[in-house]
Design a protein around this ligand. Structure first.
Ligand SMILES: NC(=O)c1ccc[n+]([C@@H]2O[C@H](COP(=O)([O-])OP(=O)(O)OC[C@H]3O[C@@H](n4cnc5c(N)ncnc54)[C@H](OP(=O)(O)O)[C@@H]3O)[C@@H](O)[C@H]2O)c1
Length: 265
């Protein structure tokens, strides 16, 4: 596994398992113990923090080698509610600290929520904090008011929506970009895409692996979801080849610079 150093010096695995709609404890244990996943991405919204908590307890990998992300969301709007949410997530996950806690999307109470997250860092309950689904303007607004620069902004990013400008802004101020739906959730017939298949043939890799490698090569953290052992293995087997500049340019032609999920820039 390769790691990226966040702005607080903490290292985050560059590939994680996203568990939206993945509620099978055995799959999570297997992904950690047998396949080598260390970063697991959940959210209070997904309703599976307790399932993840049981998997963490069962797996053989020491806690400190894991990197657990969760997110506060709409019902946690407000300072006190976010304070409560942090305690609740710690309990659900059975942990005494969370590696990364994000605000799931911009809310008008975002600043108070962020303040509660900042305090949780001081208290040692959360190691790193960040945001999700913030566009450039929303991110720059937060920067003006926060004490801790977000470690991460988790946003939609895949070959069809490359987020180049947002990434430049984020990295310019020390925030890493983490790609959600890095396989575009299968949209646009991504797995049969001619360009991805053709490049894949050169390296004996699948279209999915090429799509993921493209993001990794651009310094993005990725959290593909799979419940299938073969595909879980594929999605982490990305470090034994490099895309050329020409490959990268070809893949870049797929970028429509538009969300596939109705988010706005
Ligand atoms: N912050 C946010 O607002 C937000 C929003 C959306 C998602 N997320 C996070 O991002 C994670 C991933 O996003 P996602 O689940 O929407 O989409 P995704 O990871 O882009 O795609 C998942 C889909 O692709 C299939 N797949 C996975 N690996 C494959 C492979 N190697 N070859 C062929 N098919 C493959 C999966 O099916 P199988 O399971 O059958 O393999 C599943 O149908 C989520 O689980 C969640 O943690 C965050």
């Amino acid at each position: 596994m390769e790691y990226l150093k966040l702005n607080n010096g903490i290292k985050i695995p560059m590939i994680g398992l996203g568990i939206y709609n993945l509620n099978d404890e055995d799959v999570i244990v297997k992904a950690i113990d047998d396949i080598g996943y260390r970063l697991i991405d959940t959210a209070r919204m997904y309703g599976n923090e307790k399932i993840l908590g049981r998997a963490i307890k069962r797996c053989k990998v020491p806690r400190e080698e894991l990197f657990i992300t969760t997110k506060v969301y709409s019902p946690d709007r407000g300072y006190e509610k976010t304070k409560f949410a942090i305690e609740d997530s710690l309990k659900n996950l059975g942990l005494d600290y969370i590696d990364l806690m994000l605000i799931h999307e911009p809310y008008k109470e975002g600043l108070e929520m962020y303040k509660a997250l900042e305090e949780a860092v001081q208290e040692g309950k959360v190691k790193s904090i960040g945001i999700s689904n913030y566009n450039r303007k929303q991110y720059l607004d937060l920067l003006k008011h926060c004490n801790i620069v977000p470690a991460v902004n988790q946003v939609e990013a895949h070959v069809f929506y490359g987020r180049e400008e947002l990434q430049k802004t984020l990295e310019g101020s020390g925030t890493a970009i983490e790609a959600w739906s890095p396989l575009a959730a299968g949209k646009n017939d991504i797995f049969n895409n001619k360009i991805l298949l053709e490049i894949g043939r050169k390296y004996n890799k699948t279209s999915a692996q090429i799509a993921l490698k493209y993001l990794l090569s651009r310094n993005m953290i990725i959290i593909p979801k799979s419940e299938n052992t073969k595909r879980l293995k594929q999605n982490i087997d990305l470090f034994d080849f490099e895309l050329t500049k020409e490959d990268m340019e070809k893949i870049k032609t797929l970028d429509n610079k538009k969300s596939l999920f109705g988010w706005y820039d």
